[in-house]
Design a protein around this ligand. Structure first.
Ligand code: NAP
Length: 326
């Protein structure tokens, strides 16, 4: 019989990569989607016919219980969240409801319906915030600097708590930034690669950004969903940092992205102080030694290659969209 998995957040970047990964492993893949007035299945369009999609919402406890009763999955990947940091400053309560309490709601549904379900929680390196040490590992103290980071810290600890209190097979993957051509367009890497394509094709002249000095540990989303799956295949549940171990600045990212299209970013990038965050995280770099040793996990895509692939994908898409418009 096929193994059955449920993905919350299947319409997001990671949801799309994980669905594809699990289908290739011959899983029966179910996805949770929230109701909206128009469907937003763009990222999973090519897989749609292979997936079973169900409506439920992280805000609605009963919908989660009914969903688990209907699907009866062996594995649940909780990828759904309000995942954009600037929005978390504007909508801190809603972010807490989705990104923090939403985790408890999924765990409560598991506890009630089937406590044998294996659970993955998508934690973020933003929990480290102004970290006191570098690189950050599973023992590093959490000092989040945004409502998003604080909500993810809650999500991490509640997953640990259900593991310790109810013996639920709950794993938290403390994932550093990961990108792809499917990354949301408001995130700095994709915002940049989309702008590069539009500037190159004469559809835009300027890109406005906030903090160019921020440094992040950026990997490829496809590698990170593989790590999530590996965590749920172990004999015992645990928490793992998933990271490349390298950090790069936004400036370096601009060099690579604009340079790949034969452009000079200094001629196009404008700093808008409105885009600076009330509190920012200057630098993050992860130590994924534990994942390497126990899961055998390694990132496969280097940073320059990742950014260039994103630029190429955006050039192709923007060119096609412009062509379609005639
Ligand atoms: P994403 O593209 O923003 O996707 C978020 C998903 O959550 C979307 O499918 C969204 O549905 C869904 N969602 C939001 N609120 C919901 C609700 N109330 N009920 C049901 N579904 C809801 O995020 P991502 O980049 O794929 O990231 C996946 C997870 O990993 C997130 O939890 C994120 O915080 C975490 N994470 C990401 C990174 C990264 O660098 N990408 C790093 C660390 C951790 P709609 O399509 O309907 O909006």
């Amino acid at each position: 019989m096929k193994r059955r998995a449920l993905i919350t957040g299947i319409t997001g970047q990671d949801g799309a990569y994980l669905a594809e990964f699990l289908l290739a492993k011959d899983y029966e893949v179910h996805g949770m989607v929230r109701r909206s007035s128009t469907e937003n299945f763009e990222r999973i369009e090519h897989l749609h016919h292979l997936l079973a999609l169900h409506q439920a919402d992280l805000l609605d406890q009963l919908s989660l219980i009914n969903l688990l009763q209907e699907v009866r999955p062996r594995e649940v990947y909780n990828l759904a969240a309000q995942s954009f940091i600037p929005t978390s400053f504007q909508q801190p309560l809603l972010t807490g409801e989705f990104t923090a309490l939403g985790v408890t709601r999924v765990l409560e549904a598991i506890r009630l319906v089937d406590a044998e379900i294996r659970f993955f929680q998508a934690t973020s390196s933003e929990v480290f915030g102004n970290a006191r040490e570098e690189p950050q590992n599973e023992q590093t103290y959490f000092r989040p600097r945004s409502p998003y980071g604080a909500s993810k810290a809650y999500g991490h600890w509640i997953a640990v708590n259900y593991r310790e209190s109810y013996r639920i097979f709950a794993c938290s993957g403390i994932m550093f930034n990961h990108e792809s051509p499917l990354r949301g367009k408001e995130f700095v890497t994709r915002k940049t690669t989309d702008a590069v394509a539009r500037i190159k094709l004469g559809l835009q002249t300027e890109l406005t950004l906030g903090n160019l000095d921020a440094m992040r540990d950026w990997g490829f989303a496809g590698d990170y969903v593989r790590a999530a799956w590996l965590m749920l295949q172990q004999d015992a549940p645990d928490d793992y940092v998933i990271a490349t171990g390298e950090k790069h600045s936004v400036r370096e990212m601009l060099d690579i992205a604009f340079g790949h299209a034969g452009l000079n970013w200094q001629e196009h990038v404008r700093i808008d102080p409105k885009l600076l965050r009330p509190a920012d995280v200057n630098t993050l770099r992860g130590d994924a030694r534990k994942a390497r040793e126990i899961l055998g996990w390694r990132p496969t895509v280097a940073f320059p290659e990742l950014i260039r692939t994103m630029v190429d994908a955006d050039l192709e898409r923007v060119r096609k969209e412009a062509g379609d418009r005639g």
